[in-house]
Design a protein around this ligand. Structure first.
Ligand SMILES: Cc1cc2nc3c(=O)[nH]c(=O)nc-3n(C[C@H](O)[C@H](O)[C@H](O)COP(=O)(O)OP(=O)(O)OC[C@H]3O[C@@H](n4cnc5c(N)ncnc54)[C@H](O)[C@@H]3O)c2cc1C
Length: 317
């Protein structure tokens, strides 16, 4: 059974509350989203990545920063990534990084963003590490792919990209990127997009995810299969097994704080799994997106609201 075939009352309540999340007070969003974010500092990210590595998983560190509005803030995010690479090296972490181009200034100035990304890539290359560009909403897709191509064509080999299965254009994008043999993370996609640009149905997105995965593997790409959807995970396992791929020829990817048991199972079965570990002060937009996807969000918010409306009588903490 899929979420589109039966919609119980609780799911409707969850969806309604998820849409209302921007009206929820920031401190409550912060509290509810703690499981998804390592913390405000690089030391927090370092601690979490050590734990993740100790569980046999790889990591990718993301400096939260998509809410920036000034050039100096974009430069500061690029600087924060340089610190991340130094910490990865010093602490012996098994981690690469993920960047959001808006955090590096894409909405301010393309050239500033390119300069910032090149400085992050330079630091990555110094440490023999790798940078993946996250994919943001559809207003950024063309410029993101343009910058990706420009940098790969100027010999930045240590750069990967993300494609979103909900976008109708994704199979075309795979075809037009194929000559670069890109390292691609395929995910469903999280931003709200109109029906002209994106599939809206749960099953349609799943089907396009699998089509994209097959197309990427056909094109000889290294693929990060980023999903917590059990059905997609098992279909992907079938696809890589049918193609006879070894564990170093693909990887699964998941978000910090999501579907941990499914992740442990993949690791036990011998698959590579990379956990996305975000940290930083700009936590709000990322937190909202994660909470909007949490199928139990209504329950959490209701419990908190009820807890405040009906004070506990026995004084227990
Ligand atoms: C490593 C990684 C990187 C990503 N990078 C990008 C990117 O660059 N651009 C982009 O648009 N999107 C990105 N995403 C998000 C992705 O597009 C989806 O929005 C997200 O992964 C949820 O889709 P799903 O495939 O897990 O399926 P869903 O059907 O949404 O979720 C499957 C199940 O996972 C569990 N689950 C999912 N999310 C949560 C949550 N927040 N809290 C609790 N349980 C949850 C639930 O049990 C749910 O039923 C990334 C995801 C991952 C895993």
């Amino acid at each position: 059974m899929t979420p589109t075939t039966t919609i119980p009352a609780l799911v409707i309540l969850d969806r309604t509350i998820a849409r209302m999340l921007p009206a929820v007070p920031k401190p409550l969003v912060h509290m509810l989203a703690q499981r998804y974010i390592a913390g405000p500092t690089l030391a927090d990210a370092c601690r979490v990545v050590k734990r993740v590595n100790g569980q046999g998983k790889l990591a990718t560190i993301d400096v939260l920063g998509e809410e920036i509005t000034r050039d100096d803030e974009a430069r500061a995010i690029a600087g924060a990534y340089r610190d991340v690479f130094q910490t990865i090296e010093r602490e012996g972490l098994d981690s690469n990084v993920s960047v959001k181009l808006t955090g590096l200034g894409l909405k301010l100035d393309y050239d500033l963003c390119r300069e910032n990304l090149e400085s992050v890539l330079g630091e990555a290359a110094r440490w023999n590490n790798f940078v993946r560009i996250d994919m943001e909403d559809s207003s950024t897709t063309n410029e993101t792919l343009r910058l990706y191509r420009e940098l790969r064509e100027s010999d930045h080999e240590n750069l990967g990209i993300v494609l979103q299965a909900y976008l109708r254009r994704t199979l075309d994008d795979i075809r037009s990127l194929a000559d670069l043999r890109p390292s691609v993370r395929i995910c469903k996609g999280i931003y709200l997009e109109p029906p002209e640009l994106a599939y809206q149905g749960y099953e349609e997105v799943r089907a396009n995810f699998l089509r994209a995965l097959e197309a990427l593997l056909d094109a000889g790409c290294y693929v990060g299969i980023a999903t917590h959807d059990e059905w997609l995970v098992s279909e992907a396992r079938r696809i890589v097994a049918r193609r006879g791929l070894g564990p170093d020829e693909y990887q699964f990817q998941m978000l910090l704080g999501v579907a941990e048991q499914l992740g442990q199972r993949l690791v036990r079965e011998g698959h590579r799994l990379r956990i996305y570990v975000p940290f930083g002060e700009h936590w709000y937009a990322y937190s909202l997106r994660r909470l909007q996807e949490n199928p139990r969000i209504a329950g959490y918010i209701a419990a908190d609201t009820l807890g405040r409306l009906v004070p506990r009588r026995n004084g227990s903490a």
